[in-house]
Design a protein around this ligand. Structure first.
Ligand code: FAD
Ligand code: FES
Length: 341
């Protein structure tokens, strides 16, 4: 089917339209129907739905977010499912999954590519219209030549220039990141689709903030920090920014945070290195270990008094969740995270 499909949500009277090249999840969010989700890339399993009626295509049959149990129960991932006819799905929807900005797929021109570290690049793409998103959100980048898009978080804030600033970490052998590092150049056109993501800045929360970033998790945490400053939160609260790097040569983020007012007083940067013996020969006399452990140890007497934001590799975000929510009973609503599957 090359035309749009009409998808109804069983028992709700709600429906939305999915274009022939879209997914059920993205189309639902565009249409204001909140299907639960997190990663939009087949990793987390949050977007499970039951297809009651109609034909669908499984875009990634081996997606790690779909368990054996899901398969036995006939559940599919909405982010990896494309309806090929009108369809009816069963899922518990909620408006909380629809952000303040409906996602849009649109062309964008690459305007900047520069180095952040030896294996991380800042990539700025510009859309014709304004860049609308909340601090902490991400977009899907359609890299030319790749069938499936990849998610990258914005490091900047919403702006009328249409600039979406991304920080891409090279994954050895990774298809999208190899293309970004070796093929993409300034002036190229890509497609972006967004914004997505629920781990956004809570500007109305009157508490100190803690950002915990691992590797490329730097991008959304910078956006949260910048958003906190723009919202005036840093006039009356502290921001503790923990950055976890593998080696000293991987440490970054300090120069961006220095540009926020109050660096060293209300904005406190804590880089942590897990492998201090640097293969790149850089000495290190700062904190060592796992970033989530350093952050929790530093704030041990006030874990529940702060608002937590976290992004990066799933083992890091899951370990932080475990310490905060399970071991120390920090309210789950105070911990906002994106796992980079
Ligand atoms: C919410 C979120 C935000 C992220 N933000 C950032 C960021 O700011 N910076 C950053 O560097 N990275 C980020 N990532 C990771 C990024 O999306 C890529 O996974 C990473 O860059 C590796 O991509 P690759 O193509 O180079 O590696 P590959 O190993 O080639 O691909 C890995 C990823 O591609 C997807 N994938 C693989 N095969 C398929 C398939 N058949 N169908 C559909 N999808 C497939 C999966 O998501 C998988 O994790 C984020 C991930 C998520 C989920
Ligand atoms: S949102 Fe579909 S698997 Fe994560």
């Amino acid at each position: 089917m090359s035309t749009a499909a009409r998808i109804s949500v069983e028992g709700t009277g709600r429906h939305f339209v999915q274009d022939a090249d879209d997914t059920v999840l993205r189309a639902a969010l565009r249409g204001g129907v909140g299907i639960p989700y997190e990663c939009n890339s087949g990793g987390c399993g949050s977007c499970r739905i039951q297809v009651v009626d109609g034909d669908v295509v499984d875009l990634w049959p081996d997606a790690p977010g779909r368990s054996e149990r899901d398969r036995r129960k006939g559940l599919v991932l909405a982010c990896q499912t494309r309806a090929s006819s009108d369809a009816t799905i069963r899922v518990r929807t909620s408006d909380e999954y629809c952000g303040t900005v409906a996602p849009v797929r649109q062309p964008a021109r690459v305007i900047t590519i520069d180095a952040v570290t030896h294996d991380m690049r800042r990539l700025v793409v510009r859309t014709e219209g304004p860049a609308r998103f909340e601090p902490g959100q991400y977009l899907s980048l359609f890299v030319p030549g790749l069938a499936a898009p990849r998610c990258y978080s914005m490091a900047n804030l919403a702006n009328d220039d249409g600039d979406w600033e991304l920080i891409v970490r090279r994954v050895p052998g990774g298809r999208a990141t190899t293309a970004v590092f070796e093929a993409l150049t300034v002036g190229d056109t890509v497609e972006v689709d967004g914004p997505y993501g629920l781990a956004t800045l809570r500007p109305g929360v009157d508490r100190d903030l803690v950002c915990v970033a691992g590797g490329s998790g730097l991008a959304p945490m910078l956006s949260i920090a910048r958003g906190a400053q723009a919202a005036g939160l840093l006039d009356r609260h502290r921001l503790h920014f923990f950055y976890g790097a593998r080696t000293p040569a991987d440490v970054c983020g300090g120069s961006e945070l220095e540009q926020l007012g109050g660096f060293g007083t209300s904005v406190l940067f804590h880089p942590v290195v897990s492998t201090p013996a640097d293969v790149h020969g850089q000495p290190w006399d700062g904190a060592t270990g796992f970033v989530h452990e350093t952050a929790c140890a530093a704030l041990a007497d006030r874990l529940s008094d702060v608002e937590w934001y976290c992004a990066g590799p799933p083992p890091m975000t899951q370990a932080l969740q475990q310490v905060l929510v399970v071991d120390h009973l920090v309210p789950v609503g105070q911990v906002h995270y994106d796992r980079f599957f």
